[in-house]
Design a protein around this ligand. Structure first.
Ligand code: PLP
Length: 399
């Protein structure tokens, strides 16, 4: 097997590294990455097996620990993120759960923003306390609330920015400073921004997690996740936790995701330019009461977007003039855009958070997050932008 030999004397851009990083050619010299769909590995001799297990030989042992195809995916993600190390997991939630639990003990305390992906909020609000890890939820945009929530035993701060589904933006650098002043780590769920548009480690985050199911796959095929951080964090906390508890990524999924990364920058740029066009169309439409897009000058935190994001992203949030019936009529009148709860797909997707992804929260918690019955989230895909504009224009006529 031969690993990639990219030029080391000049920095390569993301788009280039995502195509070549982590290549591991077998003796056949294949161009497309081979898929090592195997659970285990054989050793030539008993001595060789002993050497693998005692660490003298760093080769593969078992695919719950590591696998050549999974390693290719991990190396691409590490390069893209600018991280020292990273580990792939079976899903985004496996990544979030591992990133939190691997570093927490009974008696520790977590502070997280209220506006979290539903299952992330479950991990912080319900799962952690069952094991003696207390948690506090704050308004992520209010730095005083973060400071006030910190206790001597606070070990982890957790945010998602931009938030789902309201596309609020939180100050990664400021929240990382609050964490570090108290000896805690900041974990950032970077799904909405994508690693192309936002690099939380540069702003002081300690750990970045992804659902690779979203833009990284980008074609709605497989589940996956990844946790990225320093070599020390991975070796001291994550490595052994993942090995022993087993939320391993399938080599098949790793292959799909590694190939997905080859087109990630292209896809995110294309979807982003269409999202900007759709947002501009909504912004002046009389039936749209409120429009939020991270790439527009009228985003409430436009200056912060400019500081920490390289673009507005692929998601658009908007509120119709009306209530649930108007939102449903809009969705039902769409033809090209699909109704689903996923995001970051080649296919554009409409979600009504109040009745789907955020139903479990109940009306009070939704109101607190600004999720009304007339609010919708659009994940823009790769269709022709004019077809998307015509689709939403047609649907607005039905409202
Ligand atoms: C989808 C998603 C997750 C969970 O990822 P899965 O791959 O579905 O387990 C976590 N956080 C955010 C922001 C997401 O969008």
């Amino acid at each position: 097997m031969s690993r990639e030999s990219l030029p080391k004397d000049r920095p390569l851009r993301d788009a280039t590294r995502l195509i070549h990083e982590g290549e591991a050619r077998s003796g056949f010299g294949e161009m497309s990455e081979a898929m090592y769909l195997t659970s285990g590995f054989a050793y030539d001799t008993m001595d060789a097996a002993e050497a693998r297990f005692d660490g003298r030989d760093p080769g593969f042992i078992y695919s719950r620990f590591s696998n050549p195809t999974v390693a290719t995916f991990e190396r691409r993600m590490i390069a893209l993120e600018g991280a020292e190390a990273g580990r792939a997991t079976a899903s985004g939630m496996a990544a979030v759960t591992a990133a939190m639990l691997c570093q927490l003990n009974a008696g520790d305390h977590v502070v997280a923003a209220k506006a979290l992906f539903g299952s992330c909020r479950y991990v912080v609000e319900d799962l952690c306390p069952r094991f003696g890890i207390s948690s506090t939820l704050v308004d992520g945009a209010d730095l005083d609330q973060w400071r006030a929530a910190i206790r001597p035993e606070t070990k982890v701060l957790f945010i998602e920015t931009p938030t789902n589904p309201t596309l609020q933006v939180y100050d990664i650098e400021a929240i990382a400073e609050i964490a570090h002043a108290n000896g805690a780590r900041l974990v950032v769920d970077n799904v909405f921004a994508t690693p192309v548009l936002q690099k939380p480690l540069k702003f002081g985050a300690d750990v970045v997690v992804y659902s690779a199911t979203k833009h990284i796959d980008g074609q709605g095929r497989v589940l996956g996740g990844v946790v990225l951080g320093s070599e020390k964090f991975v070796m001291d906390h994550l490595h052994n936790f993942l090995r022993q508890t087993g939320p391993a990524m399938s080599p098949f999924n790793a292959w799909v995701l590694a190939k997905g990364l080859e087109t990630l920058t292209l896809r995110v740029e294309k979807a982003q330019s269409s999202a900007a066009a759709v947002a501009d169309f909504f912004a002046t439409h009389p039936k749209v009461k409120q429009l939020t897009y991270c790439g527009r000058a009228d985003h409430p935190q436009a200056a912060l977007v400019k500081k920490q994001m390289a673009g507005g992203g692929t998601l658009v949030a908007f509120t119709l003039d009306g209530a649930k019936p108007e939102a449903f009529r809009f969705g039902d009148a769409l033809g090209v855009v699909k109704i689903s709860n996923n995001l970051g797909d080649a296919k554009s997707i409409l979600t009504h958070p109040a009745t789907t992804t955020h139903q479990r929260l109940g009306p009070d918690a939704r109101a607190e997050l600004g999720i009304t019955d007339a609010m919708l989230r659009l994940s823009i895909g790769l269709e022709h932008v004019d077809d998307l504009l015509e689709d939403v224009e047609h649907a607005l006529k039905a409202v």
